[in-house]
Design a protein around this ligand. Structure first.
Ligand code: ASP
Length: 326
């Protein structure tokens, strides 16, 4: 029997204790705890890593404070376009969806792409048509509406910026990216949001899942790293399972999720070394964010280079760890 392990995240970014109320922090922690418990229960009953990451991600999608499913950020047009991916480290199979609309749990749809089609990534209207054929749960726009996301959109529209979740406006009116003040004319703003999970089950099988609403005020069908296998999501039993969060374009350029696995495979790095190197490498090119990763020995790594990352893990010792700040 293998050691089971689960790591989850609810997005990385400018999350400062000084800007958090006690009540809000309690809510965030409750959302993370519920997800961890849901996934852990499956792993404890000898369930699969795939089922565990899916269930843990569904719990986070249903929790309105995170930027996925209910609570997803608004597009420029005031809609929600959702991306998700899931990968099974045992078979190497993967499924993903990009800019789907009104789907309650995009991660379930991603799994259906993996299991019911010969494809990996379905996007837009076609993905929605597939969702209808699969009879997944849909909800009207109202279900996805949250006041705090709407305020973010109004603010982003005013400044004409595309904005990732958990952003803060610097005192000057400019936006902070990776700790620096960015030219206000720049199009891409400070990251974050997104949920995800990585797990190892008793059979030593690994799986990863990630789901997001992307960036506030996004246009033109922008898709980030989340549904791109190897960029935001990756799993291979021989190395690790990884789910990323942060400024998607940087994770795409570096194939960050796969890079963790590649460093373990080709450099013989440990999970923790590989994960840290990838996040360090991102920082070096100006990318902000983090990831959660699990290996087949039941180790977990949760590195990030931002001010905070909503994160949690459980390993064989049974202790639940939930953290938010650096
Ligand atoms: N990585 C996501 C994206 O770029 C955003 C996030 O993690 O908050 O779409």
């Amino acid at each position: 029997m293998n050691k089971i392990a689960l790591a989850i995240h609810g997005g990385a970014g400018t999350i400062l204790k000084s800007e958090m109320t006690v009540e809000l922090e309690r809510e965030y922690r409750a959302g993370l705890e519920n997800s961890l418990k849901t996934g852990w229960e499956i792993l404890q009953k000898n369930g699969s890593a795939l089922d565990a990451v899916e269930a843990a991600t569904v719990a986070l999608e249903n929790f309105p404070l995170f930027n996925a499913g209910r609570g997803a950020v608004f597009t420029h047009e005031g809609k929600h376009e959702l991306d998700a991916a899931i990968m099974d480290g045992a078979s190497g199979k993967a499924g993903a969806v990009a800019f789907v609309k009104n789907v309650v749990n995009p991660i379930k749809l991603a799994r259906l792409v993996m299991e019911r089609t010969e494809h990996i990534l379905l996007g837009g209207d076609g993905a929605n048509e597939f969702a209808r054929e699969m009879k997944v749960e849909f909800a009207p726009d109202d279900y996805f509406f949250t006041e705090h996301r709407y305020q973010q959109l109004l603010q982003a529209r005013e400044t004409g910026k595309v904005q990732l979740d958990h952003s803060v406006e610097a005192a000057s009116g400019e936006w902070r990216v990776a700790g620096e003040i960015q030219n206000p004319k720049s199009k891409i703003q400070n990251p974050i949001g997104t949920v995800g999970a990585a797990a190892c089950d008793v059979f030593g099988n690994l799986a990863a899942a990630t789901s997001t609403g992307g960036m506030t005020n996004k246009r033109f069908g922008r898709v980030g790293d989340t549904p791109i296998i190897g960029a935001g999501t990756y799993a291979d039993n021989r190395t690790c399972a990884v789910s990323c969060t942060g400024h998607g374009e940087f994770f795409m350029k570096t194939l960050a999720a796969y890079d963790v696995a590649a460093r373990m495979k080709y450099k013989n790095s440990s999970l923790i070394e590989a994960a840290q190197e990838v996040i360090e490498n991102l920082r070096n090119i100006g990318g902000e964010g983090g990831l959660v990763a699990v290996d087949a020995l039941g180790n977990v790594a949760l590195p990030f280079n931002s001010d905070g990352m909503y994160r949690g893990s459980m390993t064989a010792d049974g202790e639940m760890r939930i953290e938010i700040y650096r």
